[in-house]
Ligand binder design. Sequence first.
Ligand code: ADP
Ligand code: MG
Length: 687
Amino acid sequence: MKLNDNIQYLKGIGEKRAELFHKLGIFTLGDLLYHLPRGFEDRTNTRNISDLIDGETVCVKGLLASAPRKFRARRGGWVVQTTLSDGTGIMRLTWFNASYIDKSLSDPEAEYMFYGKVGYRNMAAEMINPVIEKLEAEGGGAKKMGMIVPIYPATAGLNQRGIRDAVKRALENLTESIPEILPESVRARNDLVGINEAIRRVHEPEDFDEFYKARRRLVFEEFLKLQLGVSTVKSVKKARKAAVIEDVKCIAEFARGLSFDLTRAQKKVINEIAADLKSGVPMNRLVQGDVGSGKTIVAAAAMFAVSRGGFQSAMMAPTEILAEQHYKTLKACFDPWGIKVAFLSGGQTAKEREANIELIESGEAAVTVGTHAVITDKVNFKNLVLSITDEQHRFGVGQRSKLISKGMNVHTLVMTATPIPRTLSLVIYGDLDISIIDELPPGRKPVKTLALTEAQRPRLYDFVLRELNRGRQAYFVCALVEDSDAVEAKAASEYVKKLSRGVLAGRSVGLLHGRMKTSEKEDVMRRFAAGEIEALVATTVIEVGVDVPNATIMVIENAERFGLSQLHQLRGRVGRGADQAYCVMFGNTKSGVAKERMQVMCETNDGFKISEKDLEIRGPGEFFGTRQHGLPEMKIGNFFTDMEILKETQSEAAEILKSDPFLSAPEHKLLLDSITKTFAKAGDILN
Ligand code: ADP
Ligand code: MG
């Protein structure tokens, strides 16, 4: 059979079964062979029963010491039980929900092998639901044991065995070789086995060494393609033209008008942006800066230069509260210069929106700020050349590129408070240049962070009241109870009642949650920013961006329900002025992970360390949904555990692109085709 042959014609797979394979994205024999294991079972370890260790997963071999007993469990399913003896001891074997298992154990004379996890109960070893193999008398040996068995991504109705059998048959029946997309030179430089060997061995390894070599080759290929893909996207973008902003020196004027001096880091990043704007090549820049590092003003500086050049720019923020706040900030910055700012948000009245759209279309507003409302079809810019996305991790790739598509070859700036290790940012943001604001404005004191117990609550409340009496302000955040706005709003409303009857009695308390009308939210935020509200009880709607420097206390209830970067973002709402600020977490939890997160928060204020820790705790899969980044899904490689290979592919990609930036050389043709195919499926960052 050939690689392109339909999987349906493989023996043992009919039309019906083929549909199950389709669910896994497998249509051809080639797809099946590239359905790579995500792990393996080590069935090479055979143990005597007397040597078994609790918790290990091993093979045991012997004769059945008692006839299998089959009975109904109390909950209804069939249970099969028997015992195994190997001369060194006896162990119990149990299968649940297993009505047919007794048929595979019907030969009292035969030798059997079992593979499973060892447990101990009442001092006796047992295995629950072990894999069974009856050994053939005539020296046949084990077919399922004594080997490394790959574990595949499976789907309902198609189990490991079904996939393994199919792969085995595919390997047996394949009559052509798999095309090698990695040039000889690349394989030699990186000590990689050929693709045919790798595919064969990753499915059917003789030993671990083989498995790892095969796997390394495949992970390398996967990462290299990804790296080359994002890098060539970058080159393609750089080959385009963009509006030239001749005068970027005017930013200095703008900076002089501010009430504070820019930090060294802000100046450095502004210079990097200015160079892009002037270059005639579209900017694709990510600004990373910890919460409170002052990203907004950096964006404003870019917008200023663009408006002076006679063009428009737009900034999109993930929440209404944040968009509203940016609107105020930008208006305050730009009013003195006579630069008009338009505002768009879902909560506006139709009339307000119309008026703002008019300003944008006519070009009267050089600067636009808003929520997703900015990217709706109704909004047409006159000459948009700069698009800015704040807190970009909150947006999908689609939304970002929609904003970009509102202009022609616009300059893009994305901002995030979630820094990630460089190796990873090279893939995740490989199509972007990166600027880092690695400094906070002067005078900031690290937020003192504490995890308190219920017993300490009264003392905290005393402290909060003292701070309020000093004219400071506080946030009280309660956690998402369920993934529902309505439930969350209710929780917040009850929490605010409790506080207003208790510790905050007689104080001016505000409530903010996602279910409120925009005008109500605005009103509450305005009064909190003006100091009229002393304590703001809120849901996570205030998680990102909100900036009220006079607030010095952040109380987080049910901190165990928040992720690490969320906690860090929440904490970032305080410590924005010169006063000492405090973050207090209540977390009723026995969970080790939740405790660890709170521990990390108490130990460091450094967003970079926190995101590394977050990555470590959560694993890369959850840390970045690939959907969000528009990257192809990794089938075998793991950004975190395969970090070494990732680094190797990064230098290899650089090496390849040095001599062949668009992969147009004949020896790179297959590689390029394969990259294009992979990225097309991801549907994608190429926008
Ligand atoms: P983030 O990086 O979290 O988006 P913001 O842009 O909201 O931070 O800025 C946080 C606060 O710091 C704002 O009140 C802003 O006015 C202030 N700020 C920004 N840059 C400076 C600076 N160089 N010196 C003093 N305050 C600054
Ligand atoms: Mg911000």
